[in-house]
Design a protein around this ligand. Structure first.
Ligand code: NAD
Ligand code: USQ
Length: 402
């Protein structure tokens, strides 16, 4: 099977490209390195020292004899995307290439607009390119559990049967996303459903929970293959942030009451879920949805688990509660179905088995690289409409003055 990995230089994409290549699939990465640019803009860097993509790919080839093709370009550039799809002729395309941080999309109007243009236009371009050049290709698109929000009812996998005024139908599950980023995923989902309906494309929308973990079997082969570990307030997800905080003795920053509950999964399950979706493609005209997570935890439960893991390593970990910079329910009902990937054969890894090895030990190993000024939240949902000068703007105005 030929598989294109859009966003293959990023966290999920890099692990997926290596995993699929190791399994013998013919893999190509498409990426414009936007993610590395956002780090420069925000003045942050991944805790783990990642190498340039060309070097990563060279080392992978030297170690395994397997080559991964590279197409450098922007998926919002239709000519680039269409010519790449035409040249590579994939059987499946995994689409990770989006701006994925909720706080980034809430910095100000510009970042909200950028996020939605980047994400929605990229996905629309892909739908048109597939229809034109590869109509039988299976689109595996990364959505998010955050599309659903936190309704006071059980969350189904994409669709729900509703009875209204004596009539019944199966309809898309209601969406109540909590940021302009999460909204971009809802817009993508609607565009995909529509394109599948009118053009008979085949698509799987993987509504993924929060991914954790740094290591996979493949990235462990060499230090040059190491994956990202983001811990800053914008791109760092909650588990990474707590582990990095614990490693340097900074109190864990639980936002608000800490009852915010989310689905979580190990990066090793992300790559397997993507493979399972590829091995069992959607039918032509079908846009199906899998909820992709393995366990659910509240933020406070995560903090307690990190505290306990830190204590095992001799770290003195404190839990702090700070005002929630987001607008979200801090205590709520949460029960999301997630059986479809298990039915296809997913054997989950659990947090209790990976918290030390794939998170805490990595945080401790690289703790000298941690910048503690990146811990406290600066992006505030309530102030998102204010224009804000970013580090990059300040730096470029200094450069301009020189
Ligand atoms: P990431 O930021 O590490 O990687 C995204 C990659 O896409 C980067 O390499 C970036 O350069 C590339 N990219 C972005 N816009 C592009 C464009 N216009 N053209 C070409 N390349 C572009 O993000 P990630 O954590 O690997 O997430 C991947 C996908 O999975 C995203 O769609 C995200 O919404 C989804 N997801 C991630 C998580 C998580 O916890 N990391 C959870 C649920 C869903
Ligand atoms: N949180 C804290 N303290 C922190 C950081 C976060 O309490 O220091 C809380 C947040 O308020 C939120 C929860 O932890 O309630 C999760 O936040 P997060 O930053 O770990 O995750 P989120 O913003 O939801 O986004 C991440 C990925 C995104 C993906 C999403 C899946 O960045 O790409 O779509 O997880 S989900 O959460 O299911 O929507």
């Amino acid at each position: 099977m030929k598989i294109g990995v859009l966003g293959g230089d990023g966290y999920c994409g890099w692990a997926t490209a290596l995993y699929l290549s190791a399994k013998g699939y013919s893999v190509a990465i498409m990426d414009n390195f936007a993610r590395r640019q956002w780090d420069y803009e925000l003045g942050v860097q991944t805790l783990t020292p990642i190498r340039p993509l060309a070097e990563r790919l060279r080392v992978w080839q030297e170690l395994t004899g397997k080559s991964i093709q590279l197409f450098v370009g922007d998926v919002t550039d239709y000519d680039f995307l269409a010519s790449t799809i035409k040249a590579f002729e994939p059987d499946a395309v995994i689409h990770f290439a989006e701006q994925r941080a909720a706080p980034y999309s809430m910095i100000d109007r510009r970042h909200a607009v950028f996020t939605q243009v980047n994400n929605v236009v990229g996905t629309l371009n892909l739908l048109f390119a597939l229809r034109e050049y590869c109509p039988d290709c299976h689109l595996v698109k990364l959505g998010t559990m955050g599309e659903y929000g936190t309704p006071n009812i059980d969350i189904e996998e994409g669709y729900i049967e509703i009875e209204h005024n004596g009539r019944k139908d199966v309809l898309p599950f209601p969406k109540q996303p909590g940021s302009f980023y999460h909204l971009s995923k809802v817009h993508d989902s609607h565009n995909m459903m529509f394109a599948c309906k009118i053009w008979k494309l085949r698509a799987t929308d993987l509504n993924q929970g929060v991914v954790y973990g740094t290591t996979t079997e493949e990235t462990l082969l060499d230090e040059a293959l190491i994956n990202r570990f983001d811990y800053d307030e914008v791109f760092g997800t909650v588990l990474n942030r707590f582990c990095a905080q614990a490693a340097v003795g900074h109190p864990l920053t639980v936002y608000g009451r800490g009852g915010q509950t989310r689905g979580f999964l190990d990066i090793r399950d992300t790559v397997r879920c993507v493979e399972l979706a590829c091995l069992h493609p959607a039918e032509p005209g079908e846009c199906r949805v899998f909820n992709q997570f393995t366990e659910q935890f509240s933020v406070l439960e995560i903090a307690e688990l990190v505290k306990a893991a830190g204590n095992k390593l001799g770290l003195d970990v404190e839990i702090d509660r700070i005002q929630d910079p987001r607008v979200e329910s801090e205590q709520h009902y949460y029960n999301a179905k997630h059986s479809r990937l298990l039915d296809l054969g997913l054997k989950p890894h659990y947090l209790s088995d990976s918290l030390l090895d794939s998170l805490m030990n990595i945080a401790v190993r690289y703790r000298d690289r941690i910048d503690v000024s990146m811990f406290l939240p600066q992006v505030d949902w309530r102030k998102a409409s204010n224009e804000r000068r970013t580090v990059r703007e300040v730096t470029s105005s200094l450069v301009a003055r020189v």
